[in-house]
Write a protein that binds this ligand. Structure first.
Ligand SMILES: NC(=O)C1=CN([C@@H]2O[C@H](COP(=O)(O)OP(=O)(O)OC[C@H]3O[C@@H](n4cnc5c(N)ncnc54)[C@H](OP(=O)(O)O)[C@@H]3O)[C@@H](O)[C@H]2O)C=CC1
Ligand SMILES: O=C(O)[C@@H]1CCC=N1
Length: 275
């Protein structure tokens, strides 16, 4: 069997993370293509990964077994409606856009288009990504396997029973890397305020985050138990956790994630096809 050709429409942050991760696994540069309306983005992605690129999305639509839509939700309607109706037969379309639902995508692309909605995240670049997947009924088993091959190449993937769960996945893991970066920024700044130089505070924070994540993934006990094992009675951690709790940090995190999920719903409402 010849290797499936996979075309990324939109050559920005997320396309780069996915392509970079896929090339470290079994995918070859010759089977990956990217298009972007911005010629500089096309040149950048072609140079960075040694893949072909085009400023014409229609080239990918004619040539690729999988079209991976990686443009912002705000331009998704325009991009889909501008694609030629005659695309490569049996083509699978995967959208990674937050909010834009399958009903809108199938109206814009053709009702019988096999569609997968996916919510990946940027650590895919280092093959540490996690992706939530939802397939419409017209997606074949072979297309599901191909979807898994793409997203398992850059981390792990999980199929969801209901499309609505994609908004929760977006709030947890799609946006999630930014929450951890935000916490790291705060810890680096606080470390500096405690008298460390910035470089030292940064290295301590980053390796602590890496070590904690590795422990949480490898451990047989849950994260609450891991936290308890660091928290000596009457010790230093207890003071920090007590202060975070008094400041209602867990409730603040829950409110932030609810806002992210709500925004996904608003994007669907504002940008989707209501007809
Ligand atoms: N970034 C993330 O962590 C994640 C993003 N997503 C989803 O991935 C999608 C892409 O996000 P991200 O990569 O961050 O966005 P980027 O803006 O980095 O990438 C999108 C690219 O598409 C280009 N583009 C705009 N219009 C067109 C067009 N008509 N034809 C071809 N290319 C076009 C943009 O150019 P220009 O800049 O000139 O507009 C840009 O280069 C979004 O829908 C987002 O919801 C999902 C999970 C995580
Ligand atoms: O912020 C966003 O809308 C996108 C979706 C998930 C991560 N980035």
């Amino acid at each position: 069997m010849t290797a499936p050709r996979i075309g990324f429409i939109g050559a920005g942050n997320m396309a780069s993370s996915l392509i970079g991760g896929m090339l470290q696994q079994n995918f070859k540069p010759a089977q990956l293509l990217a298009s972007d309306h911005n010629p500089e983005q096309c040149q950048r992605i072609a140079r960075q990964f040694g893949i072909s690129s085009s400023t014409d999305n229609a080239v990918l639509a004619a040539d690729c077994d999988v079209l991976l839509l990686a443009v912002k939700p705000q331009v998704m309607r325009e991009v889909c409606q501008a694609l030629p109706a005659m695309r490569k037969p049996g083509q699978l379309v995967i959208s990674i856009a937050a909010g834009i639902d399958c009903r809108s995508l199938s109206r814009w692309l053709g009702e019988d288009t096999p569609l997968v909605r996916c919510m990946p995240n940027t650590p895919s670049l280092y093959r540490q990504g996690v992706s939530g997947l939802y397939a419409t009924p017209s997606v074949s088993n072979a297309q599901k396997q191909l979807t898994e091959a793409i997203f398992n190449a850059v981390g792990i993937s999980l199929w969801l029973d209901q499309e609505s769960q994609i908004d929760a996945v977006t709030a947890v893991s799609g946006s999630g890397p930014a929450y951890f970066f935000y916490l790291m920024e705060a810890m680096i700044n606080a470390g500096e305020q405690l008298g460390l130089n910035r470089d030292t505070a940064e290295r301590l924070t980053l390796f602590t985050a890496l070590g904690a994540a590795e422990m949480a993934v490898q451990s047989e006990v849950d994260v609450a138990e891991l936290r308890r094992r660091v928290t000596s009675p009457g010790g230093t951690t207890e003071q920090a956790i007590g202060s975070f709790t008094a400041d209602q940090l867990p409730q603040s995190i829950a409110r932030g994630m609810q806002a992210a999920a709500r925004r996904a719903g608003e994007l669907a409402e504002q940008l989707g096809d209501k007809a």
